[in-house]
Design a protein around this ligand. Structure first.
Ligand code: 13P
Ligand code: SF4
Length: 303
């Protein structure tokens, strides 16, 4: 069976659009209607006209799409597409943490469950975290769940002369932890003219070595605007496919091939086909949780 042809046929019959995250395998990126980072995909989900959204990404992204487009059917081709970082905090844990810091507002990274978003004042993504925390109306800000994104925001605010106390939850992305500073240093020695771009989920020892710290699509924008030919990429390896397609004349070197997200790789052409054929797995969010989570996402969109 020609899976690609079958998927395209079913997509039409179902009035569906395929959204894919930058970390998806190349064959999924190639068949998607839109490929982007978390922020772009949220925006897209809210504006597409099709009645079905097939989300090729991880669970929290599909949930965000459902919250922003409640009238649409949102499908996730594999329910095993979770997120190691999102699993690091639960809503009851956040509620307790808030009682320890009563004056603080909560900014949660979009890599979190709908229940955690519902307990937060605003959401952020890697593309807008600094802007959201800078603009939120509080001197003390709890950031969950990623301690490295929090440290990156703190550092950027310090550079801008903005004084805010950041209270970080102790979570991290297990995939970005595989990127070690010594890998970057070794590659930089081999390719001295290369620019180093890393994701804010990387450890501070890694982001400190970088020419730029960006969201996944932000990395693509950086390459477009840069005169350099070679780039060392410190994020999940799936992004390399997009970068090589977009910039065939430039050279991209992964910081390490070990940074592969097993959750993102859960999705393949086969379960994408089954998802459209059987209309599964439908992602739903409890209406009250969705209402509160949407208010945190809307707060982010203001910035
Ligand atoms: P982006 O929002 O930068 O695409 O990142 C999402 C993610 O899961 C990073 O691990
Ligand atoms: Fe979650 Fe990390 Fe995978 Fe991104 S790379 S989806 S943060 S586990």
């Amino acid at each position: 069976m020609d899976l690609v042809a079958e998927i395209l046929k079913l997509k039409k019959e179902r009035d569906a659009v395929i959204l894919a995250h930058n970390y998806q395998d190349g064959d999924i990126q190639d068949i998607a209607d839109f490929v982007g980072d978390s922020l772009e995909l949220s925006r897209k989900a809210a504006e597409v006209s099709e009645s079905v959204i097939v989300f090729c990404g991880v669970h929290f992204m599909a949930e965000t799409a459902k919250i922003l487009a409640p009238e649409k059917t949102v499908l996730l081709p594999s329910l095993d597409a979770g997120c190691g970082l999102a699993d690091m905090i639960t809503a009851p844990q956040l509620r307790e943490f808030k009682t320890e810091h009563p004056g603080a507002k909560v900014v949660c990274y979009v890599n979190s469950t709908a229940e955690v978003k519902a307990e937060s004042d605003a959401c952020c993504t890697s593309a807008n975290a600094v802007r959201v925390v800078e603009n939120i109306d509080a001197d003390e800000v709890i950031m969950v769940p990623d301690k490295y994104l929090s440290a990156h925001v703190e550092e950027e605010l310090r550079k801008k002369g903005v004084s805010k106390k950041i209270i970080a939850w102790n979570g991290y992305c297990p995939v970005h932890m595989k990127i070690l500073p010594e890998y970057i240093e070794r590659l930089k020695m081999k390719h001295p003219s290369a620019k180093i771009i890393t994701h804010p989920e990387c450890a501070c020892t890694v982001t400190r070595l970088s020419d730029s710290v960006k969201s996944t699509s932000g990395m693509s924008d950086f390459v477009r605007e840069s005169g350099s030919e070679t780039f060392i990429i410190g994020t999940e390896v799936g992004l390399l496919h997009r970068l090589r397609e977009e910039f065939p004349d430039k050279k991209f070197i992964p910081a390490t091939g070990l940074a592969e997200c097993k959750y993102m790789k859960e999705i393949d052409l086969h379960n994408l086909y089954e998802s459209l054929r059987d209309m599964k797995h439908v992602i739903d969010v409890d209406p009250e949780v969705a209402r509160k989570a949407k208010s945190a996402i809307d707060e982010m969109m203001k910035f």
